[in-house]
Write a protein that binds this ligand. Structure first.
Ligand SMILES: NC(=O)c1ccc[n+]([C@@H]2O[C@H](COP(=O)([O-])OP(=O)(O)OC[C@H]3O[C@@H](n4cnc5c(N)ncnc54)[C@H](OP(=O)(O)O)[C@@H]3O)[C@@H](O)[C@H]2O)c1
Length: 308
């Protein structure tokens, strides 16, 4: 906890996406550091299952509804943007692109009007080649937030390993229901995944080292590069599941997404958007944040062991 001498360090934080995978991990870190947190969800406060705390205020907010932003930013110093709109059923999987733009525009405009000092956005890594619709949408949100008047810090991450991440839920469903995995060529692409606690540490670094992080874009990820197939195999091993592999040249992605959605309970549109991102390597190219803060860098193997 923060001592009396540090009271000037206490910020009033807006945490959007507080009910999401990242938000749920960041919230206790913010409260433990002594910050006051206004947590948002589209659901009313009484329906949320967030543990009550003296420094926690829950408010209802739908970023697609401009009127619901009234008062949201009052007294706010730093605002975390942990929102995406991916989801939807078959035929509606591209609608998130427009929704994400509208939400970011509403957020940027009202944050500026309220005099917020810093926005922190968790985005996706930038592929060396063509970006999928999902990763391009992350870039577009960055651009919209950057064009606003509030100084922005962007943290880019690839596959985030942690209990409750969409990626791990998919790995769980895959390895739970299949003895034999069809290995498509894109499973051999490389990435640098990151453990959820390490992402939280990077987001907290944006508060503790605000002067060095304002207006900057950083990337986080493990030191080691691993393939998506290795991630699947790691999950299976730690979950005690056997998996035979069969290499196949191609598989219809939308069919795979329909099936994975049925066995994982994740929305089809989310699976479709995430799986499109596997078609290229997704490396970490900018490691400057590790020089600014002494951040943990959990290996993919250890992260997966902790997550399963
Ligand atoms: N998870 C990853 O592997 C990963 C990797 C890289 C980057 N990121 C980025 O990290 C951020 C958070 O991801 P996540 O995995 O935590 O997502 P998540 O678990 O799906 O949570 C998404 C959050 O967005 C909120 N939300 C959606 N639409 C909203 C709207 N119109 N107005 C207000 N709130 C809305 C939801 O709140 P309610 O449903 O309660 O309203 C929910 O809390 C996203 O920007 C994502 O792109 C995630």
């Amino acid at each position: 906890m923060i001592s009396n001498a540090d009271l000037s360090q206490i910020n009033q934080i807006l945490l959007t996406g507080a009910t999401g995978f990242i938000g749920r991990h960041l919230l206790p870190a913010l409260l433990d550091a002594g910050h006051r947190v206004r947590a948002t969800s589209r659901r009313p406060a009484h329906q949320l299952d967030l543990t009550p705390h003296d420094n926690l205020e829950c408010v209802q907010l739908d970023l697609l509804d401009g009127t619901s932003l009234d008062g949201t930013f009052d007294g706010i110093d730093t605002a975390f943007y942990l929102i995406h709109s991916m989801g939807g059923g078959v035929g509606r999987e591209k609608e998130f692109v427009e929704r994400d733009k509208r939400a970011a525009r509403n957020f940027a405009r009202r944050a500026a009007a309220a005099g917020v000092s810093q926005i922190v956005y968790l985005s996706g890594l930038k592929p060396p080649g063509r970006a999928s619709a999902h990763l391009e949408s992350r870039r577009e949100v960055e651009r919209i937030l950057l064009e606003g008047e509030v100084p922005l810090t962007v943290i880019r991450a690839g596959f985030i390993i942690g209990d409750g991440s969409a990626g791990c839920i998919m790995l769980d469903a895959l390895t739970r229901t299949m003895d034999t995995l069809m290995v498509v060529p894109e499973f051999h692409n490389h990435t640098q995944p990151v453990y959820v606690d390490d992402v939280v540490a990077a987001l907290m670094c944006c508060l503790s080292h605000r002067d060095q992080t304002l207006g900057q874009t950083f990337e986080v990820g493990s030191r080691e590069q691993v393939t998506y197939l290795e991630l699947i195999q790691m999950y299976a091993r730690f979950a005690g599941r056997r998996l035979e592999l069969i290499e196949v040249p191609w598989m219809p992605r939308s069919l795979g997404a329909v099936w994975l959605s049925a066995i994982s309970d994740l929305p089809y549109g989310l699976i479709q958007a995430l799986s499109e991102g596997l078609v290229t390597d997704l490396p970490v190219e900018d490691e400057r944040i590790y020089q600014i803060c002494d951040l943990p860098r959990t290996s993919p193997e250890e992260a997966m062991r902790l997550a399963v």
